[in-house]
Each structure stands twice: as C-alpha cells, then as structure tokens.
Design a protein around this ligand. Structure first.
Ligand code: AMP
Length: 213
C-alpha cells in the first residue's frame, strides 16, 4: 500500500500518519520532518531550506525532488507520503520516480478542513522536537504545561506555526498545492474525507477510505 496524505497545513496529516504507521507496516515520508531534522543538524540541506521555511514559503522544487529521490531509493515496500508533493512539478517528478522503481501510488487521501479551523489548530500546536509528539494548548494539552507526557521533553512552538507565517503557508497551499486535487482526481485515486473533529474521530473515516477498492 503506497499512500499520499494530502491536505492544507494543520489538517492532521502528521497525526493520522502516526496512527496508520502503528496499524500497518508503512514507511512515513514527511518532507517537513526531513527538513526540520536537517535544520536541527545544520546540514547543507537544512541551511538551504531554512529561509523558505521561516517565511512560510515552499522550498524550491529542485531541492525537494532531490531529497525525495534519495529517500525513495531506499524504500522497497509501502509508504505514506506526508507533505509531498506540494506542486505540480513535484507530482510529475514523483510519478516518474515511482515508475523507475516500478511502484504505484495507490490512494491519495485528501483531508478537508475549513481554513478558519486550521489557523486555530496550527497556532495552538506545541511539539516535542526529538520524539515528534504533538499537542495543542486547547484541544490536546499535555498533563504538565510545556512538557511532553511521553518523553519529558520541553515542548516548543514551531517558528512557522506563528500566525503571520501560518497565513503565508496557507496562501502557498492555495496557490501552489491545491491544483493537485484535480491532478489526482483525474487519475481516479483521490479519496476525500472530512478532517474536522478530534484525531480519533477522523481516523475511522480514513480507515473506511482505505477499505474501499
Ligand atoms: P510541513 O511540516 O509539511 O508543513 O512543512 C514545513 C515547511 O517545510 C513548509 O512550510 C515548507 O517550507 C517546507 N516543505 C515541506 N515539504 C515541502 C514540499 N514538498 N515542497 C516545498 N516545501 C516543503
């Protein structure tokens, strides 16, 4: 099973991916996580991506595609793509990369959430950087303010989760990523689902989509 979780920033792609991974044996490929890891380690890739991420803009296609090419080369079985592709050029590059390694994208699961809800979801998000656990100050607060329940790490507010940057990220989504909905609809692999509600309410809807052939 090769899946793409599609949707605007804050629709819950990362959270739903973690549910899917614990249920099915799949590789999680999140370009956002890969960039943040590279940035934390101050690698050349991270330093190249930083200014775009800080401004809420998309990292240039050539950088993202080279990164994905490297990651996919190591994957032989199922995967979940999260946050990639985000432009038409990336989607086309993905098609040809998958063709070269004789893999197919089976389903694109499109999480739909109204923009007004997204801003509140993202701005209130707090993350444990190393373990990747995600909280929300209102909808899913940790037991102790500012501390991860599971790892004990200090929770951070991602730079690009600040309101002014979030607005730019949503603009980039509308202008550059949204056209991919039509791209995948035409390929007949797009499955739309309501991403409103708590993560645990959304997951069964996602499982239902996975059971449809
Ligand atoms: P995310 O955590 O997926 O929202 O990604 C955080 C940031 O990383 C985005 O706002 C972009 O600056 C960058 N990024 C992640 N994935 C991509 C992509 N596929 N194309 C371009 N930029 C990306």
């Amino acid at each position: 099973m090769n899946l793409l979780l599609f949707g605007a920033p804050g629709t819950g792609k990362g959270t739903q991916s973690s549910f899917l991974i614990s249920q099915y044996k799949l590789h999680h490929i999140s370009t956002g996580d890969l960039f943040r890891k590279a940035l934390g380690e101050k690698t050349p890739l991270g330093l190249k991506a930083q200014s775009y991420m800080d401004r809420g803009e998309l990292v240039p296609d050539s950088i993202v595609i080279a990164l994905i090419e490297e990651v996919l080369a190591d994957i032989k079985s199922g995967f979940i793509l999260d946050g990639f592709p985000r432009t038409l050029a990336q989607a086309e590059a993905l098609d040809s990369l998958l063709k070269n390694i004789t893999l197919d994208l089976d389903k694109v699961l499109y999480l739909k959430v109204p923009e007004s809800i997204l801003i509140e979801r993202i701005v209130g998000r707090r993350v444990a950087e190393k373990s990747g656990h995600v909280y929300h100050i209102k909808f899913n607060p940790p037991l102790k303010k500012g501390v991860c329940d599971k790892s004990g790490e200090k929770l951070i507010h991602r730079n690009d989760d600040r309101e002014e940057v979030v607005k730019q990220r949503l603009k980039a989504y509308r202008e550059q990523t949204e056209p991919l909905i039509e791209y995948y609809r035409e390929k007949n692999i797009l499955f739309e689902l309501d991403g409103c509600g708590s993560p645990k309410e959304v997951f069964p809807r996602l499982q239902l989509m996975l059971s449809i052939s």
